[in-house]
Write a protein that binds this ligand. Structure first.
Ligand SMILES: Nc1ncnc2c1ncn2[C@@H]1O[C@H](COP(=O)(O)OP(=O)(O)OP(=O)(O)O)[C@@H](O)[C@H]1O
Ligand SMILES: Nc1ccn([C@@H]2O[C@H](COP(=O)(O)O)[C@@H](O)[C@H]2O)c(=O)n1
Ligand SMILES: [Mg+2]
Length: 212
């Protein structure tokens, strides 16, 4: 695995990071938009950052484009630089990172570089037939939303992303959500997780106040 030759971003700022994972078309972007609006997080979709990089005419554009069209995972060295830039420019300290870490190389590179542990990880669980239906109806003009690439993306999800999901499960950091329901119902389940998490922080705060 290649070393990531970029500088650490989180030297003097305490960032809160939530990773958002799930198969292609499971509804990560849809739910992240709702969470960002309700809870003040900045939503960073790594797929969107890569597509913006292609459209910017960057030197890496051709490489990124061909990897996306093959459903492959772009090297972390590229992805993490884009993430760091977006995090810095947002001015926020709370991030929903959508579609990352997609494989073990993404996970280890980010953790080794930034020393940031996610607060928790959301996993939107959805059967392949439903994800396929959603992608084919999406109509956002994405070049990778065709049957040949969709099959490759599903394979990469099973072989490379599911092990990362299992890693966080074993660490007790994973919240698995049934993403097969209508989007508003899925969001009710998401809210239950966020309220539990916020309640935990309030309890800690109350405890600190009580000992002052
Ligand atoms: N719960 C849902 N029920 C039905 N359709 C949904 C639901 N959630 C999202 N969709 C629709 O499914 C499509 C895929 O959703 P979205 O783009 O949020 O998925 P994603 O996980 O971000 O996919 P990708 O990994 O390909 O970026 C969109 O057209 C969206 O409107
Ligand atoms: N960590 C990542 C995330 C995404 N990619 C590439 O982008 C494609 C689209 O991602 P979406 O989350 O928008 O579906 C994905 O298939 C990968 O090719 C990546 O390389 N690394
Ligand atoms: Mg998405």
């Amino acid at each position: 695995m290649s070393e990531v030759a970029v500088e650490r971003l989180s030297n003097d700022k305490a960032f809160k990071v939530i990773f958002v994972l799930g198969g292609p078309g499971s509804g990560k972007g849809t739910q992240c938009a709702k969470i960002a609006k309700h809870y003040g997080f900045t939503h960073l979709s790594v797929g969107d950052l890569l597509r913006a990089e292609i459209n910017s005419g960057s030197n890496n554009g051709t490489m990124i484009e061909s990897m996306i069209n093959e459903g492959k995972i772009v090297p972390s060295e590229v992805t993490i630089k884009l993430l760091q830039r977006a995090m810095r420019e947002s001015g926020n300290d709370k991030f929903l990172i959508d579609g990352f870490p997609r494989n073990e190389e993404n996970r280890a590179s980010f953790e080794n570089l930034e020393k940031i542990e996610p607060e928790f990880v959301l996993f939107f669980d959805c059967p392949e037939e439903e994800m396929e239906r959603r992608i084919l109806n999406r109509n956002q003009g994405r070049d990778d939303d065709n049957m040949e690439t969709i099959r490759k993306r599903f394979k990469v999800f099973i072989e490379s992303t599911l092990p990362v999901i299992e890693f966080y499960n074993l660490k007790g950091k994973l919240y698995k959500i049934d993403a097969c329901k209508p989007a508003d119902e899925v969001f009710e389940d998401v809210k239950a997780i966020f309220s539990r998490f916020r309640a935990k922080n309030i309890t800690l705060l109350q405890f600190s106040l009580s000992i002052i």
